[in-house]
Design a binder for this molecule. Sequence first.
Ligand code: ZN
Length: 242
Amino acid sequence: MSLGQTLINLQDIDLDILRLKKSIDQLPERQRLVKAVKTHKELQQKLNTIVGKRKDIELDIEDIQEQFKDANEKIKQTENALNSNSDSRLVFNLNRDLAGQIKRKEKLEFSQDGLLEELDKYTQLEEKAQAALQKLIEVEKANTEAIQKHAAQVKEELESLQAERDGEVQHLSDEEYESYELVRERKNGIAVAVLQDGGCSVCGAQFNEGQLHKIKNGEEVSTCPSCSRIFVRPELDEEAEE
Ligand SMILES: [Zn+2]
């Protein structure tokens, strides 16, 4: 195989390798995963707030129940005292205390009703957030699996391309290969250009008659006068058709 053809083959393989590596980043599943992870994080924060609020309400309800117990206790004591006292002033005061505790219980009941409604609201919000979170976890799992599957395929293809590449590189001298790698690095991964429509296939520069004559009659491998990429002269039979 000619040097020019080897360089063209090497270039094709390297472009395939680049395309494959990029395909992992550009997978739609990757975008979906990134989106799901972001939503998951936001939802988790919301859920934490909801759970915090729900726990606060539960503590408030516990507190009210304690106060309720206390009021009942006091009512019992006052009723006992009323049963064992006949002093009119004391009875008056005891009855006033009893009315006060009953009123306290009414207020506590009212507060508790409000808190129970709130608790119901936050419990429902929490359930909804949990369900949405569960769905997101499933989306993340499915997309992660798809990405891993794709990555495994890519790995296999890359290994086969690498073997092909090693085969092509064997046809080059160290100097030729180093030069190819140097240009490839400097020129965004594309080192080799060919003649296309009277110009360079990569940079698009048009060649004048003199340059075309030089290209067609010169060395098989030269340099594009415009972009400095490795320029491979067309095969002799192609040249004849032009
Ligand atoms: Zn060029």
